[in-house]
Ligand binder design. Structure first.
Ligand code: 13P
Ligand code: SF4
Length: 306
């Protein structure tokens, strides 16, 4: 049995020695979130990585997030403790797929959800996250918009945008597992509860939500809500901070299937090992990085919705 306190102490010392900060996505294991200097959604973490004076960024999340940090902060060393932590949704569209779709729609701007590879971003006009997607789409001059890769986020944006939208047929396998019946059952069992979900959920689930937002948006919503019970429609890692920050409220996960196996790969042992060996460094070649950064920078100028 590894002594957790000794391991945490070792990580703290390594972080100091390497001039590193540890960032954790809101879906990471509890002890990773607890140990991190900062937890947040994909947008907040990439910006924090760019703004931080630290030389090394240990990004506890999935590959596209570390890649975004590397794109925004080329002078820093970005480490992904588990190189096998990918995002199946990001893998659903390749650069070749996007080139083909662009040829079919000359002049139509491409909005790439950050859950895409660096190369796909480099072929896109602007990025978005779940925290700013509506504003990003509305900020464009064009009447038509092509959105990739998430059909559910795209559909959600199309509900409130006046743009003529088309999109790629990708999805998040974790959020897709949440079914309408699960939410109806949870509501029946908790009639006083409100339901909040991520826009990666299926449209017939989103339809049932009292509020739809990014992962960090959920912390804000939970704090402000008068409801004592909140049914949560996103990955279960979010519960750690929701419960910690709102001890007087009850949080019910809408389905036990809401676990992203990739987000759960990173353990503190991986963080320590990666820092010790300075291994799993994520880099992006300049030919891809520069146009990808343009798409991310354009997004950063657009305010977030929460
Ligand atoms: P957020 O940008 O809301 O953190 O979501 C990232 C993600 O991967 C959701 O599945
Ligand atoms: Fe990708 Fe879904 Fe996991 Fe987020 S929850 S990292 S979108 S697979």
């Amino acid at each position: 049995m590894i002594d957790r306190d000794a391991l945490k102490k070792e990580i703290r010392a390594l972080l100091k020695e390497r001039d590193a900060i540890m960032l954790s996505h809101n879906y990471q294991r509890d002890e990773v979130q607890e140990m991190a200097d900062l937890t947040g959604d994909s947008l907040a973490l990439s910006q924090a990585a760019a703004d931080s004076p630290a030389k090394v960024i240990v990004f506890c999340g999935v590959h596209f997030m570390a890649e975004s940090a590397a794109i925004l902060s080329p002078s820093k060393t970005v480490i992904l403790p588990r190189m096998d932590a990918g995002c199946p949704m990001a893998d659903m569209i390749t650069p070749e797929d996007l080139r083909r779709e662009k040829e079919k729609r000359p002049g139509v701007p491409v909005v790439a959800y950050v859950n895409t590879s660096a190369e796909v971003k480099s072929l896109s006009d602007i990025c978005c996250t779940s925290a700013n997607a509506v504003r990003v789409v509305d900020s464009l001059d064009s009447e038509r918009v092509y959105m990739i890769p998430d059909r559910n986020l795209s559909h959600y944006v199309s509900l409130s945008s006046k743009k003529r939208m088309e999109w790629w047929n990708g999805f998040c396998p974790t959020h897709e597992r949440l079914k309408r019946e699960d939410v109806i059952r949870a509501k029946k069992e908790n009639p006083e509860a409100v339901f909040v979900c991520h826009p990666e959920c299926r449209p017939d689930v989103v339809e049932l939500a009292d509020h739809v937002c990014s992962t960090s948006g959920m912390y804000k919503y939970a704090r402000a809500s008068a409801a004592k019970t909140i049914i949560v429609g996103t990955e279960m890692g979010i519960l750690y901070r929701l419960r910690k920050e709102n001890p007087d409220k009850r949080f019910v996960l809408a389905s036990r299937a809401l676990i992203c196996p990739n987000m759960k790969l990173t353990a503190l042992e991986d963080v320590a090992q990666a820092l010790k060996e300075m291994k799993n460094v994520v880099t992006v070649p300049d030919g891809v990085r520069v146009p990808a950064k343009r798409a991310l920078d354009r997004m950063i100028k657009v305010p977030r919705d929460f």
